[in-house]
Each structure stands twice: as structure tokens, then as C-alpha cells.
Design a protein around this ligand. Structure first.
Ligand code: CO8
Length: 372
């Protein structure tokens, strides 16, 4: 049976950078204003005073130094504290589609493919900007691709699960050349007034062209040797918003927002990740030392270091487990694909690596790859 390869990857970087200092300055101004306006209630013990955030905490606890955003002004305005942008009306193109198309064009160029070569589009991401028609079908239309398209998503593992769906379709013969698109417009899904999470996410889009090895240009191609997926229900990372929210008399203001029990996630996910990767490598008669690189999910630098240390018996070098979350923050499911896109050019034929995501669900997905 033919091998499946990733023959090109693409990245769209949003226009605005927000540093920790800028984010924290806005947050702390918001806190001071809230505490001043509620001074009497705080004094009477009826309302809890809010605490300042700090850049030092953010960098030490997560490794994040900055993030990209599609819209910056509202996020760093202490009177607004969320992205502000025009509502998409009928006939207009939602941000997710614009972001996805930009990353897709980049991936198609790297793979040397035109719209005519592609017969399937998978858009896999945490959010959809409308329920239907599918973002994927709009991206398909805007890029001039025939065949068919569909949306899917499983939060943190949307990217790896989407690529694995593409792999499966190619193996099954359902498609000859798949465009995988992964736009993560996360900032509207974040409560920028919440000290525990206001710093975590950034916007980005990634994409990849996947096809049969015999049809691909070898220069940028990575053969997929093995895929593995795992899910186990946990609501420690959640958003509760629903299309049915308008049916309820009262909907909490931040019901849409990302919420997590970060410490619990850290403790519960880590052993699952270590076991998952250890078993995948063993099943393929490989060890962590055989991996030139691990392109890991980018949620927390301490978590990645801990996981790789368990596998390698020592901390990884920058080359072995590259970090992009310092620049991009957590980008929901895109982190491992950003890392793969940015850090794969030095691979020689036969070099191996692993693309792995983990997080909400819980979910873990990984692709073991080898340079063609
Ligand atoms: N500034 C200063 N201090 C703070 C801040 C802040 N911003 N926030 C918390 N603190 C304080 C706390 O109050 C606490 O104080 P005290 O000790 O006095 O109680 C202290 O700092 C320590 O707090 P934590 O225990 O919460 O801090 P941690 O060291 O655990 O770090 C992290 C918090 C960074 C959140 C960490 O727990 C973590 O990264 N955990 C793993 C999380 C993870 O991997 N999650 C998966 C992410 S989900 C995902 O990738 C996609 C989901 C879908 C996308 C949705 C897009 C919007």
C-alpha cells in the first residue's frame, strides 16, 4: 500500500503581537478600577477584591512571553477586555476562513500543489464562527478546490486528529490529495478578566498538504510511519457555551470562556502522555533517542520538559523539543504543527520525529514521521 506523506506545511501569523507586559498592564488597570468601584462592598466582605496579574508569574508558570492576535485594541483596553471586530454578515468572510486560506496557500506553495491537485479539504479547529454551512466548504470555494470538504474538531487535538483523518482517507483511497487546514481564532474564547487564564492563548492558523508519496515532491515530504489517538473524558478544561443559550433565562457572562483546573490538568495529563508516547515508540520498535525531534503541543514549557525528561531520562535540547509557545502562547491545537512547520528543514532522509498534541477532552494525538 502506498505511503502517505505530509508534503508541505503552512503558517498564518496574525497582524498583532501582545506582550505579557501589555496584557498585564491592561489587566491590572481593570483590577484597580474594579476594586475602587467596589471598595465599599469589598470592605464589607460582600465582594472579593481582585488581585494583580504579573508577567513574571506568566513566564515562569507557562513559558509564554507573547501571543499574536487578530484584533488587539479591545483586549488591551481595560474598559473593554475582549477583541472587538465587526460581526460577519451574509456574504462576508469570517476571520477563521481568511486565516485558514492564508495558511493553506502557504502549505500548497511549499508542496508545489494547485487547487486542481486537491480533492478533499479538512478544516479541524477548536472553534467554528458559525454552525453551518461549514468553514471548510467556504475555504474550499475560496481556494477553487473541487471534491469535498468537512469541518471537525476536538479542541487541543484538533490538528493532529485532523491530520490523522487525512492520513486515513488517503490510505482508504477516499482522497488523492488532502488539504488540512487548522485556523485557531482563540482570543474571542478567552475571558481576559480572568487572572488564571487571561494570558494563555493566541491566534494562529496552520495547514498541511497530505498525499500519496509517489505523487509528492520529496524536498519537504515527511512519510507518516504511524498514528495514534487517545481520549478520556474530563471536564477539567471546558467551555460551556451552546447554540441553545438563548433559550435560558440567565446565562453567566463568561459562560463562553475557556476554563480549566490547570494544576489538575497538569497532574492528570502528564502520566497519560508519557505512557501514550512510550507505548507508541515501543510498538514501532523505536525509542525516544531515535527521535531527532519531538514537535510537541505548546501549552506549558514545564509540562513538555517533564514529559520528555521521563522519556529520554534527561531534559531535551531546543533542537530535540523546540519551543514556540514563548512567541505564540498556547494556540489551542496548532502548537505542534507550528513547531513542525518552523523546525523541519534540517531533516535528512531517514531522520524521524513525532508530532504530538494533548489537552482538552482529554485527548492525545500523534503522528510518527520520517523524512523522505
Ligand atoms: N499572575 C500572578 N499570579 C497568578 C496568576 C497571574 N496571572 N494566576 C494565578 N496566579 C497565582 C495563583 O493565585 C496561585 O497563588 P497561591 O499559590 O497564592 O494560591 C499561584 O499563582 C499558583 O497558581 P496555579 O497553581 O494556578 O499556577 P500553576 O503553576 O499551576 O500554573 C498554569 C498555571 C500555567 C495554567 C498551569 O497550571 C498549566 O499550564 N497547566 C496545564 C494546562 C494545560 O496544559 N492545559 C491545556 C490547555 S487547553 C488547550 O491547549 C486547548 C483548549 C481549547 C482552547 C480554548 C481557547 C480559548
Amino acid at each position: 500500500m502506498s505511503n502517505v506523506v505530509i508534503s508541505g506545511t503552512g503558517l498564518f501569523i496574525p497582524p498583532h503581537v501582545i506582550t505579557n507586559d501589555e496584557l498585564v498592564a491592561a489587566f491590572n488597570q481593570y483590577v484597580d478600577k474594579f476594586n475602587a468601584e467596589n471598595a465599599a462592598a469589598i470592605e464589607a466582605g460582600e465582594t472579593e477584591a481582585l488581585s494583580h496579574s504579573s508577567s513574571e508569574f506568566i513566564e515562569k508558570a507557562s513559558g509564554i512571553k507573547a501571543r499574536y492576535a487578530m484584533y488587539k485594541d479591545g483586549i488591551i483596553n481595560p474598559d473593554i477586555m475582549h477583541p472587538t471586530f465587526p460581526m460577519t454578515r451574509e456574504g462576508e468572510t469570517p476571520e477563521i476562513v481568511q486565516m485558514g486560506c492564508a495558511a493553506a496557500r502557504d502549505a500548497m506553495e511549499q508542496a508545489g500543489k494547485t487547487a486542481d491537485d486537491i480533492d478533499m479539504v479538512i478544516v479541524s479547529s477548536t472553534f467554528r464562527q458559525r454552525d453551518y454551512p461549514g468553514m471548510s466548504v467556504e475555504i474550499q470555494r475560496d481556494l477553487g478546490i473541487k471534491g469535498f470538504a468537512y469541518d471537525m474538531g476536538i479542541a487541543c487535538s484538533s490538528a493532529t486528529f485532523g491530520m490523522i483523518n487525512a492520513f486515513t482517507a488517503l490510505k482508504a483511497g477516499t482522497a488523492k490529495c488532502v488539504l488540512f487546514v487548522n485556523p485557531e481564532f482563540t482570543t474571542p474564547g478567552l475571558d481576559f478578566k480572568d487572572r488564571d487564564s487571561h494570558f494563555i492563548f493566541g491566534d494562529v492558523a496552520t495547514a498541511a498538504v497530505m498525499e500519496l508519496e509517489e505523487n509528492a515532491k520529496p524536498e519537504n515530504a515527511f512519510r507518516i510511519l504511524n498514528t495514534k489517538q487517545f481520549t478520556e473524558f474530563s471536564d477539567n478544561i471546558r467551555s460551556d457555551s451552546s447554540y441553545a443559550d438563548y433559550c435560558f433565562d440567565e446565562v453567566p457572562a463568561n459562560r463562553y470562556a475557556f476554563k480549566q483546573r490547570g494544576r489538575k490538568v497538569f497532574k492528570e495529563l502528564l502520566p497519560l502522555i508519557v505512557t501514550f508516547l512510550g507505548e507508541q515508540l515501543e510498538a514501532n520498535e523505536l525509542s525516544a533517542e531515535d527521535m531527532k525531534r519531538m514537535w510537541l503541543h505548546q501549552a506549558n514549557i514545564n509540562m513538555n520538559n517533564f514529559a520528555v525528561k521521563k522519556l529520554l531520562g534527561r531534559l531535551p535540547t531546543e533542537e530535540e523539543a523546540p519551543v514556540v509557545l514563548d512567541e505564540f502562547a498556547n494556540t489551542a491545537s496548532s502548537g505542534s504543527v507550528i513547531a513542525f512547520h518552523k523546525y523541519k528543514e534540517d531533516f535528512q532522509s531517514g531522520d524521524k520525529g513525532i508530532i504530538c498534541s494533548f489537552g482538552a477532552g482529554y485527548s492525545i494525538g500523534s503522528l510518527l514521521v520520517e523524512k523522505v
